[in-house]
Write a protein that binds this ligand. Structure first.
Ligand SMILES: [Zn+2]
Length: 644
């Protein structure tokens, strides 16, 4: 027995004790004590910081408990995912700032639109407002460490008792923490991970727990990469986020990610190519923030790199879109453990806890910089928005003119997207002429007359840089960068652009667009709500059929609804003319027979919702083209789409 005891003692000394001692010594932030009244993650969900990968529901429980324990933190719900999980951001501020949040938000709205305030009012706002720093975690659900770091940062900022950084941050800033931008993706990863790991985590990169099955947790429910979606706004999560962003106009915005396990840590300044709408002031700030991170990382012996791999050319990134609104937008990337521990190619072992700590430290470093330079950042932000207007006024392209064209629905949709990101759009209340517009497609300069309902986007507004990014036909890329890529191509080396290189919205939406080189004069109104086209049924209740001309976005949307309601629908493969209306090939025919009794009512609703025009007919005898009973009229089967 004694012999066994001594063996057990040896085992304890060799294996278990060192790990206990090590974990006792490990401090996320050495030298700080925490207020015992503020609950830790362990007290609420059962595991310590970095000990497990916190699931969405655990995170949700923790942030609500945290907010109940202190006045320094407030939880705001800003949206919902496709799978029904709520999206939250946390506001962290001193009690004094917490009591004047609406005043702070109103102040930021004014600072963001220098047209509405005098320079003296701007000075006053800059002197009295805290700076807004926004940290966004986990947009890619399988990049796991950042949401845990976000929770830890929130805890630290409200519970640290002897940390001047936390005190100053609450005083000089409003810190906004979006702890989990993609809850659906994260839970997909966490569930997969918990299913595939054994009793102990396996550091082997080949282990199942490190290799997710398709589709993985990166994307949201509909498999969209939400770090490409900021200006396209196809996903409800993005729409909620953009709306929340525009309420606060943060001066600093960081999107925290993970990259391959064998890498180290990346932060600003970004790699080339630079987006041409980024200005020199921003370049300087990016360097300052990067420099401060480097100081922290050097002190704690964390490896890092800057200005390689991650460029910010594309405006749909969570780094670049805020940048074009005037924030200092940054991406941070931590080498991923894709589990709790991973053995890397250089024989070192990376623990989840370390990854969490790195993101936690870079978060605090960013907050520290913002707190120390809050007034300068507010001044920079105001001037960025003011200079943008001036540049637009002086620049060659004064306006982008979008005519309703053959499918006003497409122009409307484009304008809605622009307005949803804080871009001002005017609509012509009467026809007008502009003596010098450049055709978007041919490049020809001409004088042109535009009809009532034409949209005009002036570049002389605070969002000029974003406008040019989204509406210019192409954005010039640095010539030296292109030359280097050609050299690499010839050597069969991969190119160095991180991702997308072209995205013109007028081309994507196929709208009639012009670039005006003189400002338009006429009768315009600034739109306060996105425009809506209401379709209708032309004619009384049909005895024979309802007809929808094909070729518009509204017609396609109507067809989707018709399918959804199991209404029987046919399609004419050749054109025809009936009751003096032209129906091009592809037009839809909905016969009264074999369809529900309340067909008229249903179609009326579909017309209102989709903006489609529907025509009734009591005869199949056409004036030109094929008759409604022709062999060229085909029954449309409701498609069932499978992805494999
Ligand atoms: Zn990522």
């Amino acid at each position: 027995m004694r012999k066994y005891n001594s063996i057990i003692t040896v085992i304890l000394i060799c294996f278990i004790l060192p790990s206990i001692i090590h974990s006792q010594n490990f401090k996320f932030y050495p030298g700080v004590t925490y207020d015992a009244k503020i609950p830790t993650l362990k007290q609420v969900v059962g595991h310590d910081w970095g000990e497990r990968i916190t699931s969405y529901s655990e995170m949700e429980r923790y942030i609500h408990t945290l907010a109940e324990a202190t006045n320094r933190i407030r939880v705001v719900e800003y949206g919902e995912t496709w799978e029904g999980r709520k999206l939250y951001y946390l506001i962290i501020a001193s009690e004094e700032n917490m009591n004047r949040l609406s005043e702070i938000k109103a102040g930021m709205q004014k600072l963001a639109d220098p047209r509405k305030i005098t320079p003296a009012e701007a000075d006053n706002l800059i002197n009295t407002l805290p700076a807004i720093v926004w940290l966004a975690y986990g947009v890619h659900g399988n990049e796991i460490s950042s949401p845990d770091a976000g929770l830890l940062a929130a805890y630290h900022l409200v519970a640290a008792q002897n940390d001047s950084l936390a005190d100053l941050a609450r005083q000089n800033c409003v810190v906004i923490i979006d702890p989990l931008q993609n809850p659906d993706g994260r839970d997909r990863f966490v569930n997969y991970y918990r299913q595939t790991r054994g009793r102990w985590p396996d550091p082997d990169q080949q282990a199942a727990e490190h290799n997710e099955a398709w589709p993985g947790g990166r994307t949201n429910h509909y498999l969209f990469d939400m770090n490409r979606d900021w200006f396209v706004q196809t996903q409800r999560e993005t729409r909620g986020r953009v709306k929340a962003f525009l309420k606060w106009y943060p001066q600093v915005f960081v999107d925290l990610h993970e990259m391959g396990s064998n890498s180290t840590y990346y932060f600003a300044p970004p790699a080339d190519p630079k987006n041409p709408e980024i200005n020199e002031a921003q370049v300087k700030w990016l360097r300052k923030f990067g420099r401060n991170n480097a100081r922290w990382f050097d002190r704690l012996q964390f490896d890092y790199f800057t200005h390689e791999v991650f460029d910010s050319f594309y405006p749909g990134y969570g780094e670049e879109w805020p940048m074009l609104q005037g924030s200092i937008g940054m991406t941070y990337e931590q080498a991923s453990t894709r589990g709790l521990v991973v053995k890397r190619n250089d024989e070192t072992t990376l623990k989840y806890r370390d990854a969490v700590q790195h993101h936690f430290i870079s978060s605090l470093s960013t907050i520290q910089m913002t707190a120390h330079h809050s007034k300068e950042l507010l001044r920079y932000f105001y001037e960025y928005r003011k200079n943008a207007m001036e540049e637009g006024r002086r620049g060659k392209v004064k306006e982008y003119i979008i005519a309703p064209g053959s499918d006003p629905g497409r122009a409307n949709k484009l304008v809605t997207i622009l307005m949803n990101q804080g871009i001002e759009v005017k609509m012509a209340e009467a026809s007008f002429s502009n003596p010098k517009v450049r055709d978007y497609y041919t490049g020809k300069i001409q004088a042109k007359r535009f009809p009532e309902g034409t949209f005009v986007v002036s570049t002389a507004q605070p969002t000029k840089h974003l406008i040019n990014n989204l509406l210019a036909r192409d954005l010039p890329m640095d010539k030296a960068f292109i030359k280097e890529q050609i050299r690499r191509y010839k050597k069969r080396l991969p190119d160095e652009i991180y991702d997308i290189t072209g995205w013109s919205l007028p081309l994507l939406f196929d709208v009639e667009c012009y670039m005006a080189e003189t400002s338009s004069r006429g009768q315009f109104k600034v739109l306060t709500e996105p425009p809506v086209i209401q379709g209708k049924i032309h004619g009384d209740k049909a005895r024979l059929a309802y007809l929808i001309p094909w070729g518009t976005q509204a017609a396609a949307r109507a067809l989707a609804q018709i399918f959804r309601q199991n209404i029987q629908v046919f399609c004419a493969d050749k054109s025809f003319k009936l009751n003096s209306v032209n129906f091009p090939a592809g037009s839809l025919i909905i016969k009264v027979k074999n369809n529900p009794e309340d067909l008229h009512k249903r179609l009326e609703k579909i017309a209102q919702q989709t903006g489609v025009d529907i025509y009734t007919t009591n005869t199949g005898w056409v004036e030109e083209g094929i008759h409604l009973g022709s062999g060229e009229v085909k029954h449309l089967k409701k498609p069932r789409v499978a992805m494999a």
